[in-house]
Every structure is written in structure tokens, then in C-alpha cells.
Design a protein around this ligand. Structure first.
Ligand code: FPP
Length: 232
């Protein structure tokens, strides 16, 4: 079944449970991250199949620096290697890859490949796949306020529509639905401005186990929701 009606335009994922997935198997946590890449692939393929135009993945939060240095370094090198490896295929499939988050704190080699993939795919017209790396919603809002103050904009003229232009994620429509895996039910500083009217979908599934069937379950659940945006 291909859900045609009431499809979400933007699905955002909080990928959680990689560490637990690995621990349950007596494996080091990092193996969970490696396995998590398979779930990313499944989501990208499903998004292309069901023609969902925007997917955003919370890949590293500005709070994830609190993790052991070795895990943080592993994650960055996994991202770098994978982006390098997948760039050509993503491009071939017309995927436009974007990144949000504070880049200067990331390793130079990762920043370089991020820029390269973004430039390579910038004119693509298929799925927009956004990775939030070293991202925090409060920081994104704060950065927008700083830009506005620097420009000396008169306070009176500032509307929600103009404010969102200053957000790093201004190229994204608000997420229609935010999916979080591994049973946790919180936003963890993800897209907090943009989530005002988002639907939420929580699943016990650990991120590395999330597959195309789970993606379809999200689409089905979304169709059941009645979105009122404050109206009746
Ligand atoms: C959450 O599980 C997962 C992460 C913090 C990292 C997710 C990142 C990737 C899978 C790599 C992304 C790849 C690219 C190309 C950008 P957790 O470690 O919090 O799990 P736990 O709660 O069970 O410990």
C-alpha cells in the first residue's frame, strides 16, 4: 500500500537506543552506532519510495560532548567515512544533503566532507536529507537572535515569519511528525522552535532495529492524526 493522502512533508527522527542495542548483545556501544547506519539507509530508501520530501536526523546533539571522548571521536570518524562513501550514491539518487548545527567545533576533516557533500548535492531536487550535527535548538534560536541584533533590526517589525529566516534550518518546513525511538519521550533540544505543531511518535524499537516497516507504521499513524493547528 502506498499512502498517498495526508503524507507528511517533513519527518524528523531522534535516533535513540544505539548504545542499548549494543549492550543487549554484549557488544561495545560503538557497534550500536555502526548498526544505526543501516537504519538510516532504510529510512532514506523508504522516504524515497514514499516520496517524503524532507527527512531530518538528530545525529549529534550539542549535549553529546558529555560522552566519553573515545565514543565522540568514533562517531565523528564514522560520519566522515560514511559521508565520503555514500556521497556519490546519494547524489545519483538526487538527494540534497544538508547539515544544521554548530560546525566550527567539529573536526576539520568532518567539516570538509560535510561542505563537499553539500556542494555536490546542492542542486538536487529529490529528498532533502538533513543531518543535525552538534545541534541544539536553544543554540539555534540564540544564534538567530544574535544575527538580528547585529543587523539592528527594529523590534516592532519582527514577525514569526521573519524570525524563522534567521534560523539555520530556515530551508526546512516545520516537521509534521517527530519520531523518537528506544522508548524515551522527550525532545532533547531538537527543533524546539519548529516543533510547535508537530505530531509525536514514540516507539520502543531501538534505532538500529528501525526498518522500512516501522517507517510505514509512522506514515499510517500520521494519517490517523487530526491536526488542528489550534483550530477546531
Ligand atoms: C543515539 O543512541 C545515537 C546517537 C547519539 C548517534 C547517532 C549517529 C549515527 C548513527 C551516525 C550518523 C551518521 C552520519 C552520516 C551523520 P544512544 O547512543 O544515545 O543510545 P542509548 O541511549 O541506548 O545509549
Amino acid at each position: 500500500m502506498k499512502p498517498e493522502a495526508e503524507k507528511p512533508a517533513h519527518i524528523a527522527f531522534i535516533m535513540d537506543g544505539n548504545g542499548r542495542w549494543a549492550s543487549q548483545r554484549g557488544l561495545p556501544r560503538v557497534m550500536g552506532h555502526r548498526q544505526g547506519l543501516k537504519a538510516i539507509r532504510a529510512v532514506v530508501e523508504a522516504a524515497r519510495e514514499y516520496e517524503i520530501p524532507f527527512i531530518t536526523l538528530y545525529s549529534f546533539s550539542s549535549e553529546n560532548w558529555k560522552r566519553p571522548r573515545s565514543e565522540v571521536q568514533f562517531l565523528f570518524s564514522l560520519m566522515r567515512e560514511r559521508l565520503k562513501r555514500e556521497a556519490a550514491e546519494l547524489h545519483r539518487h538526487q538527494v540534497r544533503v544538508k547539515f544544521i548545527g554548530f560546525r566550527p567545533a567539529l573536526p576539520d576533516s568532518l567539516q570538509r566532507i560535510m561542505k563537499e557533500v553539500e556542494t555536490l548535492t546542492e542542486k538536487n531536487t529529490g529528498l532533502t536529507l538533513t543531518f543535525a550535527i552538534n545541534y541544539g535548538g536553544r543554540q539555534e534560536i540564540l544564534e538567530a537572535v544574535q544575527k538580528i541584533l547585529k543587523e539592528g533590526r527594529p523590534a516592532g517589525g519582527l514577525t514569526e515569519a521573519t524570525f524563522r529566516c534567521y534560523l539555520q534550518s530556515s530551508f526546512l518546513p516545520d516537521p509534521d511528525i517527530i519520531v523518537r525511538t528506544a522508548g524515551e519521550q522527550r525532545l532533547s533540544n531538537f527543533l524546539i522552535w519548529q516543533a510547535s505543531y508537530a505530531e509525536f511518535y514514540f516507539t520502543e524499537k531501538l534505532w538500529p532495529d528501525f526498518d522500512q516497516k516501522d517507517f510505514l507504521a509512522v506514515l499510517k499513524e500520521y494519517r490517523r492524526r487530526r491536526r488542528k493547528f489550534g483550530g477546531l
